[in-house]
Design a protein around this ligand. Structure first.
Ligand SMILES: [Zn+2]
Length: 481
């Protein structure tokens, strides 16, 4: 019996011990899990805080919003609203009255005088060049400013390129809506803005009663979806474009977007998941945008034949007469000879080419014909080694070498730029939208000094000094330690 109980005690002790050690292990594990969770939580908070304080993004949003506010300051006040309205033609007037009726109805809703099911304005006004789209935009801008009074901005105007934006007193669509920038090789996905950037944008854009996007033909359907998502994110509405009034202006038969489908095509199924992160098929254009058209051509009233030729080429169905007239105008000499001839007579044209190669060839020929010395300016790439692993440098240099061969990979920036005094040049970056230093601005090189190049742009009164990169013998990489 004693033996048995001894056995039992031993057994119980062994069990208790085993139980105790199991318990200790479990407690240790639980505390371990807890600390892992806490660490993960802290890490996530830190990551969120970091994202929220991304100085670059926040800085970007801040400067963009300063530019947005500049738009208000630059509103031309030469003509009164009544004067503008009296100058509208029949087409422009129809669109104007339509927009005005919509805004007056909206005011009734703001005053709670009407409770009907009323949707925001989402209108596309189409028209070829010369039908007075810009004049109509100015009149609608003046209308919005007369209907609502605010310290803030009431009309947000954007266009896909710097030059187009400059022409309507706006900023680029990417800047206004802080859209992800796409690259030639890779599709971009939508990302919500960090909270601080959202706050900055909301503060500036909350008073905006109407967003106007000009040259809509150059906006891709995915970017239009991004605009919708950004406004939804900022203004928290389940309606299209965050329930904001939208006016799209342009000519859909003009230049299509560089990357992606035009707005009227639906976003490709493949892009929906990868770029928009949602599963529903999207055709914003078809689902929500109404249409009106300007057909009275103010610019070409003086030359109806030229006007009708342009119109049938634009539609892609030229008549026999148009083809034969165009054939008579085919240049029999080389493009560079014709260009020189026109330049000498003071009518230097802008030449358009379907391929970059042909454009580069003409540029090289014209530089050789130019009497002044040709200067080659090489790009300098900088690698910041302080931020990362030095072992990466070799790989980065190899990658940079590949990029130098193709300027499509560097957003159009050349590895070597050949310039000469008197050469005509085009700016390829938006430097200062307000001052007219925009992508597409054309000018003439006045002088080339050791440190900078001076250019007189056609649309800017004073000559501009543009700094040259640090001079190195050829395309080089500077490593910063
Ligand atoms: Zn109503």
């Amino acid at each position: 019996m004693r033996q048995l109980s001894r056995h039992f005690i031993d057994y119980s002790l062994a069990r208790a011990q085993s139980y105790h050690s199991k318990l200790r292990t479990m407690l240790a594990a639980a505390s371990n899990v807890k600390s892992i969770n806490e660490a993960r939580q802290a890490n996530m908070e830190e990551k969120e805080a970091k994202e929220d304080n991304q100085p670059q993004l926040l800085g970007e949003a801040r400067t963009a919003m300063t530019e947005v506010l500049d738009m208000k300051a630059s509103t031309p006040g030469r003509l009164t609203l009544d004067e503008r309205v009296s100058m509208l033609n029949q087409d422009q007037n129809r669109v104007f009255e339509n927009v005005k009726a919509h805004f007056l109805h909206q005011k009734c809703h703001e005053a709670k005088q009407c409770l009907c099911n009323f949707a925001p304005l989402r209108l596309f006004v189409s028209g070829v060049g010369g039908t007075g789209k810009s004049f109509l935009i100015e009149a609608i801008k003046a209308l919005v400013n007369s209907l609502w009074s605010s310290e803030g901005l009431l009309c947000g105007i954007a266009a896909p390129t710097g030059l187009a934006a400059f022409n309507v007193g706006g900023i680029t669509i990417h800047r206004l809506f802080q859209l992800p920038v796409e690259h030639a090789t890779k599709a971009t996905s939508y990302w919500p803005l960090p909270k601080t950037s959202q706050k900055v944008m909301r503060a500036t854009l909350s008073e905006v009663r109407l967003f106007i996007i000009d040259e809509i033909s150059m906006v891709s359907s995915i970017n239009l979806a991004f605009v919708h998502m950004r406004l939804e994110e900022l203004f928290g509405s389940s309606e299209w474009f965050g329930s904001r009034n939208m006016l799209f202006v342009g000519d859909l038969l003009q230049l299509p977007p560089v990357h992606g489908n035009p707005v009227f095509e639906k976003v490709a199924t493949k892009s929906i998941l990868s770029q928009l992160g949602c599963a529903a098929a999207i055709n914003i254009w078809r689902d929500c945008v109404t249409y009106d058209e300007l057909t009275i051509n103010e610019r070409q009233k003086s030359d109806p034949q030229f006007s009708s030729m342009l119109d049938c080429v634009r539609r892609g169905c030229p008549t026999k007469e148009t083809v034969s007239v165009l054939k008579q105008r085919v240049i029999q000499v080389s493009v560079s000879d014709k260009f020189s001839e026109l330049k000498q007579s003071g009518k230097a044209p802008v030449c358009l080419f379907p391929k970059r190669k042909a454009c580069d060839d003409l540029n090289a020929q014209m530089l050789r014909k130019n009497a002044s010395e040709v200067h080659d300016i090489y790009c300098t790439d900088e690698i910041d080694e302080t931020a990362g692993n030095r072992k990466m440098t070799k790989k980065v240099i190899e990658h940079l070498d590949k990029l130098n061969a193709d300027c499509n990979m560097t957003a159009g920036l050349e590895a070597k730029l050949s310039l000469a005094v008197c050469a005509r040049v085009m700016l390829r970056r938006n430097i200062d939208t307000k001052a007219g230093l925009v992508n597409g601005a054309i000018g003439t090189v006045l002088s080339i000094a050791a440190q900078h190049v001076t250019v007189q742009f056609d649309n800017v009164p004073a000559p501009c000094k543009i700094d040259k990169p640090m001079q190195l013998p050829s395309t080089s990489v500077r490593v910063c330690h």
